[in-house]
Design a protein around this ligand. Structure first.
Ligand code: PLP
Length: 388
């Protein structure tokens, strides 16, 4: 049975070009980039090339504005904790209710007598407007953090408008761009973003590597202290193979991203229109908003999402419910709850996320299997009056 992977928002396969680029750094090129000798200089050159590639992908003014980290979670933590610490460790953080847990739980952990947090509710499509941000800013707001593209429904936020507003009010702006990187055009210099989080494993790079963009002049305190690497903002010997893989993934995303995004949007459109045509009572969550090109979050009313996921898995089709990053969680998705979905729509939601390597055949296979799977799972579900 040919397996079909439609869970690219959880993680993506490492592209062969990326693995190839990394390989020498797991062998002969093992030097520490902080060493002065030739082994060290080879590794340093590779790290700096990767930095330039990451900077080019997001339109950073200088490669030095890229700090390598262990991934999206660390980048979000560094941005939030580091910006608040640099601002004196007190004040207000403004964020949204649809952020990834790496932002939301960090805000929760920071919240205290000295730090207050506001989580803006989204509209029904998962959007947070610049007007809502403007209305919630306070004189003591030290950071605004609103994600670029949502991992569960794919909704794109108006980051350009929010960044402009923050700039006007003199408040630093962070965006978690882990899902949007490589899928939508990005120019942090033009937008005036202060901090941007990214992760290699969502763009066909390796796990455990990412970066935080820090605009020159933006104030940030380190979380990790030690050897003073990454401009003293992220100590620790660099993960050279991971960084090289991230750099190659960024290069590929810059070259191929726009064409890939168009192809994914067309595939997603085909999937959604055929599903809605062939299966009754389907809701496209976030369908009214502009979305990441490969993300489709569908609610099959009257079906249990988890059961449907298992049925599809038995057929070799991998999809997800909620966020794979909240390991083992059976709680309803906080994103869908914040969007105000009905209980039935919450229960019956499934995320299909397409990416590099997704094909027409993959979508065709889903369309072959899904209608019958939904019919069976709906037949198994207790009738609404039996549920208390
Ligand atoms: C929007 C978003 N932010 C942050 C993360 C965490 O990234 P990482 O897995 O690299 O720590 C994820 C992972 O799913 C994500 O989707």
């Amino acid at each position: 049975m040919k397996r079909v992977y439609l869970d690219h928002n959880a993680t993506t396969p490492v592209r062969p070009e990326v693995a190839e680029a990394m390989r020498p750094f797991l062998g002969a090129l093992f030097g520490n980039p902080n060493s002065i000798h030739g082994f060290g200089r080879e590794a340093r050159a590779a790290v700096e090339e990767a930095r330039a590639r990451a900077a080019a992908l997001i339109g950073a003014a200088e490669p030095e504005e890229i700090l390598f980290t262990s991934g999206g979670t660390e980048s979000d933590n560094l941005a939030l904790r580091g910006a608040l610490a640099a601002a004196g460790g007190s004040g207000h953080i403004l964020t949204s209710a649809v952020e990834h847990h790496a932002v939301l739980d960090t805000c929760k952990a920071l919240e205290s007598g000295k730090i207050r947090v506001t989580c803006l509710p989204p509209d029904k499509a998962g959007r947070v407007t610049a007007g809502a941000v403007a209305g919630a800013l306070r004189p003591d707001t030290r950071l605004v953090s609103v994600m670029w593209g949502n991992n569960e429904v794919g909704t794109l936020q108006p980051v350009g408008e929010i960044a402009a507003l923050c700039r006007e009010r003199g408040v630093p702006f962070h965006t978690d761009a882990v899902q949007a990187l490589g899928k939508v055009p990005m120019n942090v210099r033009e937008l005036g973003v202060d901090f941007l989080s990214a992760s290699a494993h969502k763009i066909n790079g390796p796990k455990g590597a990412g970066f935080l963009y820090v605009r020159t002049g933006a104030r940030l305190a380190p979380l990790l202290t030690g050897g003073g690497q990454e401009r003293d903002l992220r100590s620790g010997t660099e993960n050279v193979p991971g960084i090289v893989g991230l750099g190659e993934a960024c290069r590929l995303a810059r070259e191929e991203g726009p064409a890939q995004a168009r192809a994914l949007a067309a595939l997603r459109e085909r999937l959604e229109s055929a599903v809605c045509e062939r299966i009754p009572d389907v809701v496209v969550n976030g369908g009214a908003a502009e979305r990441l090109p490969g993300t489709s979050n569908l609610s099959f009313i009257g079906a249990e999402g988890e059961t449907l996921l298992i049925r599809l898995d038995l057929e070799g089709i991998a999809v997800s419910t909620g966020s794979a990053c909240s390991a083992g969680s059976t709680e309803p998705s906080h994103v869908l709850v914040a969007m105000g979905l009905s209980l039935e729509a919450l229960r019956g939601s499934l995320r299909f996320s397409l990416g590099w390597g997704s094909t027409e055949e993959d979508v065709g296979r889903v369309l072959d299997v899904l209608p019958e799977a939904v019919r069976r799972v709906r037949a198994m579900a207790p009738k609404p009056e039996a549920r208390r």
